[in-house]
Ligand binder design. Sequence first.
Ligand code: ADP
Length: 447
Amino acid sequence: MFQKILIANRGEIALRVLRACKELGIQTVVVHSTADADAMHVRLADESVCIGPPPSRDSYLNIHQIVAACEITGADAVHPGYGFLSENAKFADILAAHNITFIGPSGDHIRIMGDKIEAKRTAKRLGIPVVPGSDGAVTEEKEAKRIAAEIGYPVIIKASAGGGGRGMKVAHTEADLEVALQTARSEAGAAFGDDAVYIEKYLQKPRHIEVQVFGDGFGRGVHFGERDCSLQRRHQKVWEEANSPALNAEERSRIGSICATAIADLGYSGAGTIEFLYENGEFYFIEMNTRLQVEHPVTEAITGIDLVHEQIRVASGGGLSVKQEDIKFNGHAIECRINAEDPRAFTPSPGTITHFHTPGGLGIRVDSGVYSGYRIPPYYDSLIGKLIVHGRNRVECMMRLRRALDEFVVDGIKTTLPLFRDLVGNADIANGDYDIHWLEKYLAKEE
Ligand code: ADP
């Protein structure tokens, strides 16, 4: 097992990883920018190293400084959290070259999944159902038209190097296609320095359902069930739940086994998430994330398994603590992402939190790095905390969530808490009856 883990992140996830390390008796080092000197993860870590000024590229994305921090402190492993360097293959390779363990998959697996065309090809080869579309990149308009006619309109043009919902264009007719292809290519070229795009069928009312998988490092794969993250705004997840209100146990086990087998065949090591669109009982692969996800706590709530413990065990060569048959799904969990944002306009609301009171009681978990008197720096994303609620079933979970939201107090800044207080009382949400467009339509109506 590792002696000392360096946590290359900030905010709630840095604290989340730190807690897991403490439980396992592993020393912690955190790195931070000058803007985060008084952050909670810095206060609670055994050691901390300031690695640069506020902008991420000079601190949390500065590979050279992070490797130097490992060497100065003698850290033998790095947990990257999510975002920042968590899906940077070069970072994983550089750490390996310095004999420091990257707590995550190999650089090669990160690379494959970071290229969407390559990821889709790999998924297909491994028997994962994919969205019908072009077999690789498309450059010629004639070819694009032939493929679109074959799969049927509407179609979506997506950037191979895409991320964060950028570089995607929908074409409803052949007349739209030419412009969509050109715009997507020039946007992708400008945003990612790679103008490769591909075409797939545009699904009209899908849900976003993702499967949590793990490779144990010895060629075996398991799944931890799914999460439904259909409630999104501008492709950003807002509310996530496990299990999905749309799946039954048979569907769960079918898609879960397909994913677990694929992970085993790939020889993947560590945590991963295979994301699907789900429509009319069918799953369509869209991408795989080769890291821990923001929404992992809902899976932890229904399985009772600490996924960060498992990541650390696997990275250290100790394998998973559980086999597939040990993973049981109990009850229902919902996560609300609490952002420092105006709850209607979603504009950032940095500033000082004058009062911070979190809910408690059975089935409540709050993952947050903030506290009363904490000043939110304006340089990073606006997530200030996550409320995760567990109940024996979805109805109990929703009752408990409503009560927890009433108790939650964040003064001094605006947050998205009022949005969740509205959603928890909505009939469609109560019925689990929503798709990936539901939230945006709801917000447009409320304006
Ligand atoms: P990114 O990595 O940029 O987030 P994804 O491939 O994960 O890109 O897609 C982001 C979102 O775009 C999906 O969650 C979904 O809302 C929409 N989307 C992607 N592909 C399709 C498709 N074939 N049909 C309908 N919507 C899609």
